[in-house]
Design a protein around this ligand. Structure first.
Ligand code: SF4
Length: 312
């Protein structure tokens, strides 16, 4: 079986200065690094093709601003021709500064569409006070995004989720949903009318934070609706941040693992025919019985229980 070993993400472990000049060498290196990661993800998953119209959803947060900048930079030198349309949904949350994004889009000369729908009122009318509003809000937002993509003739909807969002979602589903499932880099939408892409799939949140700080984006706070971030997601985020601080390389390794799934070494009958296994069954690697998995030293957790100790 081929083992793909995750390389440590050098830029991610650099200290993040409070203020990063856009002309400094480290910032230019970071920009190049993000562009390379986005380019790799686009290539690996065939995210953008010649003639595509890519609708980039921009919420006003650091991730979607970064996504838009990197895609615009890559388009400049891409061997293919594609159109980018920035899209923002103004949900009429109290205090939403509706002049900020149009002014930003005009300042960088990108084609854009602002959609105004008072989903805030719908959510407030329907959900009792004190209950979490995110699931209805997201459903409404999703419908509007799909509809707008159709109106614009968009062939791809680009979202600003990054590598760490994908890992968080994986653990959320495992811990609370009993499923090994994450956010995919590319998938057809649930109404089967659109293709959704996540070009930041290989980018770490730390790098994006740092890039956004250097770019001095006019960030719009994400808590205008007054809703709190989901408590379970918060727990997972804290766990991953703790791991990242104590075990450098672990997050990169998890991200790499998501690209190296071995169905014969899990337990899903729908992905691998365990009932039909015989000595003739072709597998990359057979059962190693009690041997330790083949792991590079650097990835072995020093406090983990040795595999042999699991024997009863
Ligand atoms: S945090 Fe607010 S805007 Fe975001 S999904 Fe939840 S309710 Fe909607």
């Amino acid at each position: 079986m081929e083992h793909v070993v995750a390389a440590p993400d050098i830029l991610s472990v650099d200290p993040i200065p409070e203020k990063e000049s856009r002309l400094s060498n480290t910032f230019l290196r970071l920009k190049k690094h993000l562009e390379r990661k986005v380019g790799e993800a686009i290539g690996d998953y065939g995210m953008i093709a010649d003639g595509d119209v890519v609708m980039v959803c921009v919420s006003g947060g650091k991730d979607s601003f970064t996504l838009l900048s990197i895609l615009l930079a890559l388009r400049e030198r891409a061997p293919i021709d594609f159109r980018i349309v920035a899209m923002n949904l103004d949900q009429k949350q109290p205090g939403f500064p509706d002049h900020v994004l149009p002014a930003y889009f005009e300042s960088i000369g990108v084609e854009y569409r602002i959609v105004t729908e008072n989903t805030y009122k719908i959510v407030k009318d329907k959900i009792p006070e004190g209950k979490t509003t995110c699931s209805l809000c997201s459903r409404l937002r999703r419908g509007i995004i799909y509809r707008t993509a159709k109106e614009l003739g968009a062939t791809k909807i680009a979202l600003g989720h990054h590598r760490d969002d994908m890992i968080e979602t994986l653990f959320l589903n495992m811990f609370f949903g009993g499923k090994m499932k994450s956010m995919p880099p590319k998938l057809v939408s649930d109404d089967r009318q659109n293709v959704v892409i996540r070009p930041l799939a290989y980018c770490s949140e730390k790098d994006i934070e740092r890039f956004a700080r250097g770019m001095e984006y006019p960030i719009i706070p994400c808590n205008l609706c007054g809703s709190q971030e989901n408590a379970q997601r918060k727990q997972i985020k804290a766990m991953l941040r703790d791991w990242d601080a104590r075990f450098p390389g672990r997050i990169v390794s998890i991200a790499t693992a998501m690209k190296n799934v071995v169905p014969s070494h899990l337990a899903d009958n729908a992905l691998f025919d365990f009932k039909g296994v015989s000595c003739e069954t072709e597998v990359d690697q057979g059962d190693v019985v009690f041997d330790n998995p083949d792991m590079p030293e650097s990835l072995v957790d020093p406090v983990a229980i040795p595999i042999g100790a699991w024997r009863s």
